[in-house]
Design a protein around this ligand. Structure first.
Ligand code: SF4
Ligand code: SF4
Length: 267
């Protein structure tokens, strides 16, 4: 009975992390897809059609076909790797947050990923927050129509394992007290005005972070009569965090990028 419980409930075998410096991600975790090196040979139509969010595209150069992935659209369903297992593999390493939307696209498996641990990034973040703000960084989370998956990962930032408050980062209830807006969901039409008003109520200078494939591009919800197709259609976005949903380790990388952006903007 216990064995069954372990296998089915605890799944990947890593329930908690004893030491954040030596944390490991389960090898079965779907972090991002990567392309095997070399020119693509095969039926490109079947690969493109396998993707429910149109995250894959092709480019032709000297008669050679290159497949590209937009990490901001990928929901890690794994369909493409089933259609072309020799060319596309699923890796446990998540895709990295970026400041410019174009950087979410990848043409080979050379996407830059941070090798730093949650602890190292958090300490770097704390020093920068102290230096720039002389106080803490305040975040207002805005759910603009998400499935709640991204919220679960954001909530994990406050749990005893990640405990983001020790780095001087706090979640606040009002946008009027916030420096950063952490936005999830595809920005459904019903949430469009609420998101805009929240943005306007946040005092400048402010940073907007799009969290998850939905916020980056519309994700699985796409661009429909009920959704806007990404929060940058409603408010300006400073940092895009891909993933469906992104792990806390990737969220904190995105926060570091946001603070770097504030420094670059002379805040
Ligand atoms: S894993 Fe990502 S790129 Fe592949 S089919 Fe699913 S959504 Fe598309
Ligand atoms: S990105 Fe994925 S987990 Fe996050 S809101 Fe969209 S569907 Fe849900």
């Amino acid at each position: 009975m216990k064995k069954k419980f372990d296998k089915e409930i605890l799944g990947n075998g890593i329930e908690t992390v004893r030491n954040m410096d030596n944390q490991s991600i389960s090898s079965t975790y779907r972090g991002s897809i990567s392309f095997n090196v070399g020119p693509f040979v095969g039926n490109e139509e079947s690969i493109l059609n396998s993707c429910p969010t149109r995250a894959l595209s092709t480019t032709k150069d000297n008669e050679q076909t290159t497949i590209a992935i937009d990490h901001g659209k990928c929901i890690m369903c794994g369909n493409c790797s089933q259609v072309a297992p020799e060319f596309i593999t699923i890796q446990s390493k998540p895709a990295s947050p970026v400041k410019i939307k174009k950087q979410l696209s990848e043409y080979s498996n050379s996407h830059i990923q941070s090798e730093k641990s949650f602890e190292e990034i958090g300490n770097e973040l704390r020093e920068k927050i102290k230096k720039i703000f002389g106080r803490s960084l305040s975040i207002r989370e805005v759910d603009a129509g998400s499935c709640n998956g991204c919220e679960i990962e954001i909530t994990a930032l406050n749990n005893p394992i990640y405990d983001i408050e020790r780095f001087g980062i706090h979640f606040v209830a009002s946008p009027r007290h916030a420096d950063v807006l952490l936005v999830t969901g595809p920005a459904s039409k019903n949430m469009e005005i609420a998101l805009l008003r929240t943005y306007e109520a946040t005092p400048g200078p402010k940073i907007v972070i799009a969290v998850g494939a939905c916020a980056c591009s519309g994700g699985i919800f796409g661009d429909t009569y009920a959704t806007t197709g990404g929060i940058d259609k409603v408010v300006p976005v400073d940092v895009y965090i891909p993933g469906c949903p992104p792990r806390p380790e990737v969220l904190i990388q995105g926060l570091l990028l946001a603070v770097d952006r504030m420094i670059a903007n002379g805040i």
